[in-house]
Design a protein around this ligand. Structure first.
Ligand code: HSE
Length: 309
């Protein structure tokens, strides 16, 4: 195989109570990447469409993730990468994760698959580190593995796949303002109150249990974030109103997608998710900010190969 074309999906990280550990993969939104072997050693980003992002390998998340992989798995040839961005940088739905995960996934395939999807996580995290200053795995993991994932440990990545109840639908609203993850991390306190921590990990454990047992009510009761949302919600115009609209129209829960500004709601069934989408639309159109709305089932597959030759 000399060339591979990939679909690299968007993702929702944190999922309210799981800051830096929980995430799920989306279906309809994503980037496409073409990666091909070249005689010139190293990683060469030769084209980026859809976004203004650096072509220099060391400054590009796909570039640094790919280089990290090649450092451990040296190759006597190099790789050219073309990136067709469908996910806006700074949107909160895993733009850097899609590119980082896509690069290591594609290179690994072209090298004859020395690693499995789990083992690729630590290399994809290098791209996240470049993008935000923090090597978190909560976006790259669901992009690589599909579905919901929980990061038990990110130092030596230990990532567990969780079941996705089949009726779960996500509604995403993406206000078209850029919120850099590094800025959204800068507003967070380094220490948290013990009482809040107890509440947060109770919700996280219960959310995981709800996903494992198809308990939609429990999922709804657990989609609560008492640690991060109070600080970050101020950065997102209309957040309070969007959350109220989503919950009032039947969503199980609603929160900030990753570091924002996108907001996600989870609903049981497509009909409810459509109603939630309509109400989020009615609410946000008053804010005079351009936005996009998406409806998605949980993508259980993660990155997909479109073609190869
Ligand atoms: N867990 C990360 C954060 C996701 O919330 O900062 C953003 O990439």
């Amino acid at each position: 195989m000399n060339e591979i074309k990939l679909f690299c999906p968007a993702s929702v990280a944190n999922v309210s109570c799981g800051f830096d550990v929980l995430g799920f993969c989306l279906e309809p939104i994503g980037d496409e990447m073409i990666i091909r072997k070249t005689s010139k050693k190293g990683i060469h980003i030769i084209k980026i469409e859809g976004q203004k992002l650096p072509l220099e390998t060391q400054k590009n998340v796909a570039g640094v993730a790919g280089l990290a992989l090649l450092e451990d798995y040296p190759c006597d040839h190099g790789f050219e990468i073309e990136i067709y961005k469908g996910i806006k940088a700074g949107s909160g739905i895993g733009s850097s994760a899609a590119s980082s995960a896509g690069a290591v996934f594609g290179i690994n395939e072209l090298m004859g698959k020395p690693l499995n999807r789990n083992e690729l996580i630590k290399y994809a995290m290098k791209g996240e580190e470049l993008a935000s200053g923090s090597a978190h795995a909560d976006n790259v993991s669901p992009v690589l593995k599909g579905g919901f994932t929980v990061v038990r440990c990110s130092k030596t990545p230990d990532v567990i796949s969780l079941p996705s109840p089949s009726e779960l639908h996500a509604t995403i609203i993406h206000p078209k303002i850029e919120l850099r993850t590094s800025d959204a991390r800068a507003v967070l306190k380094k220490k948290i109150n013990l009482e809040k921590a107890v509440e947060q990990w109770g919700n996280l454990a219960a959310l995981v249990s709800g996903l494992c047992t198809n308990d939609y009510d429990l999922i709804g009761r657990s989609l609560v974030d008492v640690v991060i949302e109070p600080h970050r919600s101020a950065l997102i115009p209309g957040f309070k109103e969007l959350k109220k609209a989503a919950i009032d129209s039947g969503a199980l829960g609603c929160g900030i997608s990753g570091s924002g500004p996108s907001v996600f709601a989870l609903s049981r069934g497509r009909e409810t998710a459509l109603r939630v989408q309509e109400e989020m639309n009615n609410t946000f159109k008053k804010f005079n900010i351009e936005y996009e709305l998406h409806l998605s089932k949980i993508n259980s597959k993660g990155i997909q190969i479109i073609s190869s030759k």
